[in-house]
Design a protein around this ligand. Structure first.
Ligand code: SF4
Ligand code: SF4
Length: 300
């Protein structure tokens, strides 16, 4: 582990990408080695594809702070579409390490995020996951990149942990995941930012529960305010069986069913998050909506 006594990692990903598991693994290795570690997560809407954040804290001494880290030393971006929508650099200073799942060179990512002197790593974790696992689970590849960038623990230790975690549950996927960790370690690319330092981004002050005006609830009628279309990793497809009963319109949480002249004609690509509720509620004898893989724009 590097000299600093406490290291804080923030993971940005989407529901269903396995980042909760990835955040726990280095923590569990450190605890096994008699160090101190903590892993936690912060969910938004609990849906596949929704942005979520996880945290790993690792320390040489007992951890007494249980709140979520506000000034992470390392930020890992598991889904690069979040670079546009999430405050990735929030709370970091110019010594921070940023690791991004991307096919782009780290220099390009550093420029795109205005990373200043931060150290930027990229690894094409999605491509590696598809090759090694046949599925877009980039978490284990990024774990390999994290170990390469930080030397928090040894590659062998993390491979053992992955084997311990997955071996019992799914032996078939084990070898693919081990290979994904090794490739993440070997194929991660590094760029030392050199542009003029970007000032540390202050984290917004956190409110105590008694300071939250509406007890944490959102006012009604906000669905159209938020562009949830970029959360989509599956998309609905409408077929001609539709009898326009409007059940899908009633249940869609994002008001994303497009209706014209009292008929369902498609889905709003800006707001459809691909949750699949419309396909679930469509009467079984009709089945006019099928969910397909990928975030392609829904037809309108
Ligand atoms: S249109 Fe269907 S998949 Fe899209 S947000 Fe609404 S219920 Fe979910
Ligand atoms: S629930 Fe199914 S049948 Fe009813 S309007 Fe929606 S797609 Fe059409």
């Amino acid at each position: 582990m590097p000299e600093k006594q406490t290291l804080e990692i923030r993971w940005h990903g989407r529901g269903g990408q396995g980042i909760v598991t990835a955040a726990k693994m280095p923590a569990e290795v450190i605890i096994k080695q008699n160090g101190h570690a903590l892993a936690s997560q912060e969910y938004g809407p609990e849906r596949s594809g929704a942005p979520i954040k996880c945290y790993t804290t690792i320390s040489n001494t007992e951890i007494k702070m249980y709140s979520q880290p506000e000034h992470p030393d390392i930020v890992i971006v598991v889904d690069s579409t979040l670079l546009k929508t999430e405050p990735i650099l929030e709370g970091t200073n110019e010594n921070a390490i940023i690791i991004v799942n991307s096919s782009h060179e780290p220099e390009n990512i550093a420029r795109a995020i205005s990373g200043g002197k931060r150290k930027v790593w990229t690894v094409d974790a999605t491509a590696i996951a598809l090759q090694e696992l046949g599925k877009n689970f980039p978490n284990t590849t990024l774990l390999g990149a994290l170990i390469r960038a930080t030397e928090l623990v040894s590659l062998e230790n993390i491979l053992e942990k992955v084997a311990e975690g997955l071996g019992k549950k799914n032996a078939a996927l084990l070898e693919g995941n081990l290979q994904a960790v090794r490739r993440g370690y070997n194929e991660a690319r590094f760029y030392q930012g050199s542009e003029d330092a970007v000032p540390s981004t202050p984290a917004p002050p956190q409110k105590a529960w008694y300071e939250i005006e509406e007890a944490g609830t959102l006012p009604a009628g906000t669905a159209k305010k938020y562009s949830t279309g970029d959360w989509r990793i599956t998309h609905p497809v409408l077929n001609e069986q539709c009898v326009h009963c409007m059940l899908c319109w009633l249940f869609c949480p994002d008001n994303a069913i497009v209706v014209k002249n009292e008929k369902v004609i498609g889905f709003d690509p800006e707001h459809c998050k691909g949750c699949g509720i419309c396909a679930e509620v469509c009467p079984p004898k009709i089945r006019a909506i099928a969910m397909e893989e990928g975030g392609e724009p829904c037809e309108k």
